[in-house]
Design a protein around this ligand. Sequence first.
Ligand SMILES: Cc1cc2nc3c(=O)[nH]c(=O)nc-3n(C[C@H](O)[C@H](O)[C@H](O)COP(=O)(O)OP(=O)(O)OC[C@H]3O[C@@H](n4cnc5c(N)ncnc54)[C@H](O)[C@@H]3O)c2cc1C
Length: 455
Amino acid sequence: MSRGTQKEPLHVAIIGGGVTGVNLALGLQARGVSYTIYERGPGFREIGAGIAFSPNAERAMNLLNPDVLAGFKRVANPNGDDYFRWVDGYETNELIFKLYIGKDGFQGGLRSAFLDEWSKQIPPSAVQFNKHLDTFTELTGPDSFSDKVLLRFTDGTTATADAVVGCDGIRSRVRQLLLARPLSSSFSLATFPSSELPHAAHPTYTQKFCFRTLAPMSAALAALGRVRASSRHMYNGPGAHLLTYPVGDSTLLNILAVLSDPNPTWPHPHHTAPGNKAEVVEAFAGWSDAARAIVDLLPDADGGKMDKWGIFDMAADPAPRYHGGKVCLAGDAAHATGPHLGSGAGLGVEDALVLAVLFAEVDKKWREGEEGVSSRKGEMVEKAFEVYNEVRYDRTQEVVQSTRKTCDLFQWRDSEVGRDSERFGREITARFYRVWEYDVNRMVEEALAKFSDKL
Ligand SMILES: Cc1cc2nc3c(=O)[nH]c(=O)nc-3n(C[C@H](O)[C@H](O)[C@H](O)COP(=O)(O)OP(=O)(O)OC[C@H]3O[C@@H](n4cnc5c(N)ncnc54)[C@H](O)[C@@H]3O)c2cc1C
């Protein structure tokens, strides 16, 4: 087709409207690429209390769409000071190590506040709620109209797109479907119940579970004092740890209690299960006054009932690839990781950045119909996903593995480091900085160069 002829632009389907899906949407929006988010819930919703975004994630937000970073900064909680402190929570209550997190770095906030800030930048016409993806089929044909992916939702409706990104979280349906089929065929899936799908990578229980809550800052200040309550602290000890940082414009203290579990399997049907404050009190009973004071801040209402969350990741059974045909995976759907390096969502933002840049390139090259460039949109999408996989796989898998090791360090389970504060400091610095110092500009350049080589 000659330059200037009207061509149907690239259209991307994003399955799932969590951090990854919404960030990808805003990255596409900034580049003028057409998309639709299909979200199974009735609206954008985040569960859980606080979340923090690391410096690499901030840099990725800025490149993705400066409005994403601006939205983040609008509701991010100010740091009391720019250090992450680890304390012996078990015996001495003394500082083990402190790490500089950068000026206004690694800021936390309420999950819901971040998602609200971002999702309000998405026009209603670009999102469909109550759309639970059931299956997809790759259509193949001689022209651009049949070179699409057909999506089927559980309500019986269908939609088509040129490319599909599964941002549907740790229990991703897209991952199940994608990995259950050969890599490069036009294999067509009929409606498969999950139970009948061949084995695909899946999340496994890390033998850790957690309790998450928000305590009023007035109570936290009374229990812990200003320094402890106003900046990021972790209380380490044998087989458990506590993490605290301020959120909600410093009106609340976010508390995460992580407990090791001798049981190899999570006995509950869902990742969350009914729990009770009494379990946490018991787990930290022999710990320092400070650790017990934090546990005391957990809610007493309703007999201390609290959900507990099994921590799952994909370290033991990783996805061998993040793409197949015109479908790919991003965020937790691709590489779910534990919370211990505070970086799972940040990886999703990095994924979104690479994908947004590559989709913009596909759209441009397809519309311009540059000479020597494949005329089929679908082929270009497939090549873009190959590049995405090449650029993202090692980086994300390394963080998943490192996160497990980091939790061992926090809980004094690393036989070489144990309670040696000097070695702990060295290990922790190396692991956090390796995540934070990742060069997102280089990642983008590498992706563009690889894509250009493939065309
Ligand atoms: C306790 C804890 C603390 C954490 N702290 C941090 C932190 O401080 N910093 C950090 O960077 N990361 C942190 N993480 C990790 C972070 O929460 C996740 O990496 C991130 O939320 C994943 O976002 P996502 O958009 O990929 O997936 P999700 O947030 O799971 O979103 C998936 C979306 O897809 C939708 N969906 C699912 N299936 C379908 C379907 N079939 N059809 C349509 N829609 C579907 C869901 O409704 C949901 O909206 C933490 C995790 C935990 C458990």
